[in-house]
Design a protein around this ligand. Sequence first.
Ligand code: EPZ
Length: 429
Amino acid sequence: MDKFVIRGGNPLGGTIRISGAKNSALPCMAAAILTEDEITLENIPQVRDIETERRLLASMGAVVELREGEARDRTTICCHTLSDPLAKYEIVKTMRASSLVLGPLIARAGMARVAMPGGCAIGGRPIDLHIKGLEKMGATIAQEHGYLEARAERLRGTRLVFDKITVTGTEDLLMAAVLAEGETEMLNCAREPEVADLAALLTAMGAKIEGAGTSTIRVQGVSRLHGARHRIIPDRIEAGTYLIAGAMTGGDLTITGCDPSHLGAVIAKLEEAGARVEIQGPDAVRVRGGGKLRAADISTEEYPGFPTDMQAQYMALATQAEGVSLVKENIFENRFMHVQELVRMGANIKVDGSTATVRGPSPLSAAAVMCSDLRASASLVLAALVADGESIVDRIYHMDRGYERIEEKLRSVGAQIQRVGNFFPSGNR
Ligand code: EPZ
């Protein structure tokens, strides 16, 4: 089991290039199910969740090619034959986003057998809203033996109102609607940039969509879609993570290949906390730390509010800020798994329900810590970058799901970080 060994104390300086957005690549790869033609996606991040999605599509009969070498950020997917519209539990249990194949499979093949994803470290993660929307479009969905058995002659356009804002729920139903009979109007949709990116791909494939990226999306169903080529947007959460790294370590870091327009809430919060942030053109942001960081509260909200996927990383920064920062998590019910590990490094954090109170600045001391989920991992790496001494961050397979070559990117700007194999038989800390 790989670990990171990180010696803290170095201010980060230089330039880091951002990879493509995992949470856009995943629905876009699933969209290939909607056509018999070939889809080519560029700027695909080389992370574990992408490999999992590749295995999932291939297990259904798709031909999925991830290029190597300098074209390694490109993948072509051809679902000409879908011999087995089944998403096996063995794959789904490792990646909840597998449920994104549900809508496309019903739309393309009239049937789907998808393992229920189950919960994960950050919460129950139900998909009841996906199911409710698909049933309203005419699908019959039974649940047995841990699987969803879905069938539909042809999905019918309808009016859908999401009870809660759901990112993959919006994406799943958008992919179901593009081949449905008639018009679908979706209200209370997620406005995340990844939804608009998926809609851009679907439109390039011949879909008729209006309003993607707003809370109301209208779709005119068409009878078939054709192949397309699409470049995935940059990963705004990866970018935000490195901006926090630059601010926390008192460095001078430029993030390139990003989209500053997706980072509004994060940049505003970093400035409120005392970091100097400059947008340097359409795809670059510079952050300088060095001054005292000031406490600032956050409350996670759907886009364009402060992202829940940045909450753990921000909490690491708050441990170094002067004063009391309140961190309110409104999206997931159990997204404070990083707190106890940060406390073990010397942070002063108290959790009461969905609010964590962070008192700082606390000098952090290096420790052996353990990752629990993707973004909690990032929080521990950030803390280790400023901790006194050498930390061991264990179970970094969680991190490999969504951060491409993070140790290389951090080393390139002066961090002392190494990936090593298992020091002790697994389980010893
Ligand atoms: C997406 O998850 C992201 N994953 C998550 O990123 C992100 O944290 C989340 O959106 C919120 O922004 C991908 O895009 C692959 P939701 P998703 O449906 O779609 C409840 C990461 O770190 N809900 O928007 O699964 C749900 O329990 C990952 O990259 C229902 O109740 O999240 C949650 O409380 C982690 N019923 C809230 O809605 C449903 O049917 C928002 O969840 C669906 C969701």
